[in-house]
Design a protein around this ligand. Structure first.
Ligand code: PLP
Length: 398
């Protein structure tokens, strides 16, 4: 008798997903088998223009020669050692992150493997801020799915099934007035997403970060900026807080840092750098030579090819292309650089994303009124023209 549980040749991939993978994700849209540049291909040979980039992860697109070379040579040299040791690539990446975040000499870096883990580390760091326990976060912000990160996340619908939450977190409206009311000398930290990516790419109000910096400083609270989605060049600066001209106490980084290889970092500034003591935190895989080598290669490429400049220029180009379509379904385009949210009329986002996929374009209906796009930072004229053709056709079909 055939053992159908291991028969990978005759069972459809949809059936295999349903039978073998946890039901925590929606059924997969396609079975993808390879990628190159801004394109991916499915098992039937259909090409898709990837304007989601693995949700802001594939900074250099797919199969970029720089990533391939760094990953191949490091895999053949040293993939992993424990954190009883350090490696040249780990030290180089820490120095690089201190430079590009602006943390400078007084900065320190902790490495993890995912965005949620970086925020867990930031949460624990906040608990070390003089024994204070109140942590302020924003309604509708997303910080991850592990229990600490979930407690920081301002989305009750994601939390309810998993209560009780880690205590001490208060969620505020994203206004300076709400922050003024909540901020006292017993606040350990304020954590913010400068652009709420999972909420439809919604930037903080103009002036919010500057006010948050002023108020946290006055009351001895840490200002933690979650740049997991916005960071590493995506908004046209290394980090979105740099557009606001502020310096935080800590920043969390993941997604695009290593072009798809799992890696995250918590970078601290000034006094926040001395809050963790030996033994306070740790991770087996965090900052291993494989992921940090690839991250160094990705960040070097972003810098030498001026992909920050490219992100800053291409964002408005895409925005103009979308608004120029004159579709009555589109209400606005939000965001900065290559993290954009296309606002659409209620209920239109999913049908548009489905129509786009049918036309070989990957975009993301993040909620009923928002389509998120986060293409690789290497995107150029040719890809934007393809995007405009395919997205325009999708809008016309809806
Ligand atoms: N913070 C932000 C702003 C995010 O966008 C995400 C993921 O979407 C996370 C944290 C969690 O990152 P991860 O899924 O790598 O745990």
């Amino acid at each position: 008798m055939t053992d159908t549980t291991t028969d990978t040749t005759t069972r459809d991939w949809r059936e295999r997903q349903a039978d073998d993978l946890m039901a925590s994700y929606a059924p997969a849209l396609r079975l993808l088998v390879r990628g190159e540049g801004c394109w991916v291909w499915d098992d039937e040979g259909t090409a898709y223009l990837d304007f989601l980039g693995g949700i802001a992860v594939n900074s250099l697109g797919h199969a970029h020669p720089v990533v391939v070379a760094a990953a191949s040579s490091q895999a053949a040299t040293l993939v992993h050692v424990s954190n009883y040791f350090t490696t040249p690539s780990q030290l180089e990446l820490a120095e690089r992150l201190k430079r590009i975040t602006g943390a400078g000499e007084g900065g320190r870096v902790y490495f993890g493997n995912s965005g949620a883990e970086a925020n867990e580390a930031a949460f624990k760091l906040a608990r070390r801020n003089g024994g204070r326990t109140r942590i302020l976060a924003l309604k509708n912000a997303f910080h991850g799915r592990t229990m600490g990160a979930l407690a920081l996340t301002g989305k009750p619908a994601l939390q309810q099934a998993f209560e009780p939450m880690v205590p001490g977190v208060e969620h505020l409206d994203s206004t300076v007035e709400a922050l003024e009311v909540a901020m006292r000398d017993d606040v350990a930290a304020l954590i913010v997403e400068p652009i709420k990516g999972e909420t439809g790419v919604v930037p903080l109000p103009e002036g919010y970060l500057a006010a948050a910096r002023r108020l946290t400083e006055r009351h001895g609270a840490l200002l933690i900026v979650d740049e997991i989605q916005t960071g590493v060049g995506r908004t046209g600066a290394w980090f979105d807080y740099q557009h606001a001209g502020i310096v935080p106490d800590a920043v969390t980084i993941a997604k695009g840092i290593a072009g798809g290889v799992p890696l995250s970092a918590l970078v601290t500034f000034g006094r926040a750098s001395s809050l963790f003591q030996r033994g306070d935190h740790g991770s087996t895989f965090g900052g291993n030579p494989f992921s940090t080598t690839v991250a160094n290669a990705v960040l070097e490429e972003i810098e030498t090819r001026d992909l920050l400049g490219n992100a800053a220029r291409r964002g408005p180009q895409i925005r103009d292309a979308v608004l120029g379509m004159g579709s009555s379904l589109v209400t606005e385009v939000r965001g900065r650089g290559l993290l954009l949210g296309i606002g659409v009329v209620e209920g239109a986002a999913q049908p548009i994303a489905d129509a786009a996929l049918e036309r070989g374009l990957i975009v993301n209906a993040i909620n009923s009124t928002s389509i998120r796009i986060a293409p690789p930072l290497i995107v150029g004229d040719a890809e934007i023209a393809e995007f405009a053709d395919r997205f325009g056709a999708a809008l016309a079909a809806c």
